[in-house]
Design a protein around this ligand. Structure first.
Ligand code: IPD
Length: 264
């Protein structure tokens, strides 16, 4: 079990099991256990339970692998590393909105080779293997191509800190008049899969963490999208931009002079 497809099969099985557990155990109004970077950055008991389940399953199948998880941090130091967001879109989960996902990516020697994003309330499981395409069930995904910026539907997200949000709002005010419209779904992993599936044309966000975009980024890349940061840098917490080649550059060039990273 050492091919990218083998990793994907295991990741998908685990992401489905975590999704089933979350659906079965989610109370009408999940309780906030703790807050993280700000009072609105919440953790529920089920974020932790989901990550514990995922870590336990990885350990059973692959005891030597490393794991980086949103709730439990970094453990182990194997050449294979699992990047885990046990619930991406925790605020949606809290409110019962149908846009949250279990996201699991598998890295081999620093490169993501497999990714699964289980958008649990919608029953949609997006998968990708490096070089093997992006899939939703039996359907191969292709992002929209040839869309000019002014016709593009663009997804974005906001951080949890007030200072960052103020800058994000200023940037957004300059982006909205230049595009078809904006969507804020509340899960970066799901947003990237939406680019892959052609449900939006592009995505940008300042602040997503690796566990938010590792799996969804591979799904989008394998669907033909370009995923990166500003000025040739890789995608990352500074800024992540995703769109088909052509639109990527237009969106990138719109963002650069707006200096979206200036809250750093
Ligand atoms: C958040 C979501 C949201 C994005 C935030 C992320 P979380 O992840 O992906 O869409 O805008 O930047 O932190 O906190 O729900 O795992």
């Amino acid at each position: 079990m050492s091919t990218a497809m083998g990793y994907l099969e295991l990741a998908e099985r685990i992401a489905r099991e975590a999704g089933e557990m979350l659906l079965a155990k989610r109370p009408a109004r999940p309780e906030v256990l703790a807050t993280k970077s700000s009072p609105t950055d919440v953790v529920t008991a089920l974020d932790r339970a989901s990550e514990e389940l995922i870590r336990a399953r990885i350990k059973e199948a692959r005891p030597d692998d490393a794991v980086l998880g949103e709730e439990g941090g970094a453990t182990g130091d194997g050449r294979v590393r699992w990047i885990v967001d046990p619930i991406d879109g925790t605020v949606n989960f809290l409110y019962g909105l149908p846009e949250w996902a279990v996201s699991i990516a598998v890295e081999v020697e620093g490169e993501v080779v497999a990714g699964v994003v289980n958008v649990v309330p919608r029953g949609e499981v997006f998968t990708a293997v490096r070089g093997g395409g992006a899939w939703l069930g039996g359907e191969r995904l292709r992002c929209n191509t040839g869309v000019p910026l002014e016709q593009a539907l663009i997804a974005t997200g906001f951080g949890y800190g007030p200072g960052r949000r103020a800058v994000q709002a200023e940037v957004l005010a300059q982006v909205v008049p230049r595009v078809r419209d904006i969507r804020r779904g509340g899960s970066a992993a799901s947003d990237l899969c939406a680019v892959a599936a052609g449900r939006v044309d592009g995505y940008y966000e300042r602040g997503p963490q690796y566990w938010d975009y590792a799996a969804g980024g591979l799904v989008a890349t394998e669907a033909g999208a370009r995923v990166g940061g500003l000025n040739g840098r890789p995608a990352g917490p500074d800024l992540t931009v995703c769109a088909a080649p052509g639109l990527f550059e237009e969106l990138h060039d719109l963002l650069v002079p707006l200096d979206p990273e200036r809250d750093a």
